[in-house]
Design a protein around this ligand. Sequence first.
Ligand code: AKB
Length: 343
Amino acid sequence: MSDHIRRPATLITGANGEMGHGLIEQLAKEGEHAIIGLDVHPLDDVIAEKCAATITGDILEPRLLERLQSEYEIHTVYHLAALLSTRAEFTPEAAHRVNVEGTMNLLKLAIEQSRWHGAPVRFMFPSSIAVYGLPDGKEKRKLGRIREEEYNFPTTMYGCNKMYCEHLGRYYSQHYRQLAADTLIGGIDFRCIRFPGLISAVTLPSGGTSDYAPEMLHAAAQGKPYSCFVREDVRIPFMAMPDAIKALLLLHEAPREKLTRSVYNITSFNPSAGEIRAIALKAFPSVDIRFSPDDKRQAIVDSWPADVDDSSARRDWSWSPDLDLDAAFQEYLIPEIHQRYSR
Ligand code: AKB
C-alpha cells in the first residue's frame, strides 16, 4: 500500500487531455490533496510525476470503479473525460456510453465515497456551449448574449450528452433517491461550467468542432498551411486555457451558499475565424491560411451562440477572465506556441 491510500484525494478523469494538463499543474502547485490521474491513455510524464497515483483505464470498466472505491478516499472529482462534438458524430452510441454512462458511473462513485467518509464530494463537471442549439447562422447573428436557460436544444450527440449530464448532476446532488426512508449522508456537491472553445499553447485538442482556432494557430507557428473548415465570418466564444483552469478552481472554492445555480456560462472573447486568421498572420506572416468550409461542421458551429451571458458566474463566484483577446494571443498563446515549435 502506498501513501496516497486513504489520504483525501482529488480524482481527475480525462487527465491526459488538454484541460487535465493545466489542471494537474495547478493543483500540484497548491499541494493540498493527493491527485489521482485517470485516463484511457498513459499520462504524459510531465503530469504523471505530479500525481500521487496514475491509472490507465476506462471509466466504463466496473473493475476500475471498484478499485477506485476500495483504494481511495475521494473528496473532489474533476470529471473531464469526454468524446467531443465532431468525434461523437462519427460514433454517437459510443459517445453516449462515454459521455453519459461514464458520468453516471462517476456520480455513483462519488455518492458511495461520500457515504464512506461522510462529507459531500465536490463534483466538477465541464459542460459546453454545445448544449445550445440556435436555429441557424442568420438567427445567430441577430441574437445577443445567450443566457443559461435559453436555446437548450443541442443538435449534436455531444451537446445532448452534456445537457443530460447537467441534469444528472443536479438530480444526484439535489434529488437522489428522494423517496428513500433513510437520510443520505454526505452527498454530491455538483458544480458545472459551460465552457466556450478552449485554446491552449501546450496541447492541441482532438475531436472537437471549435478546434479550428487552436489548429490554425499551431499550424501557423509551425509554418504549415491550414485549411479552415468553417467560414471566415463565423463567431463563437473562446477562452485561453489558463482562464479555463482558473474558472474550475474558482468555482470549486466558491462558498456553497453563494451559488444560485448548478450550471454556469463563462466566456472571455469571441473573435470571428477571419479575425483569428488575421492575428495568426500578423505573428507568422508567411503562412498560408485558407477557408474551405465543410457545410456540416459549419452547421454545428452555426448552432452555437456567438456569445454567452456569464453574469451569474461573475456575480456568484467573482468570475472574470485574466486574458482578453489581446492578452490571450499576444502575452500567452503566440509567445508560448512560438517557443514550443522553435525548440
Ligand atoms: C468541441 O468543439 O466539441 C468542444 C466544445 C465546444 O465543447 N471544444
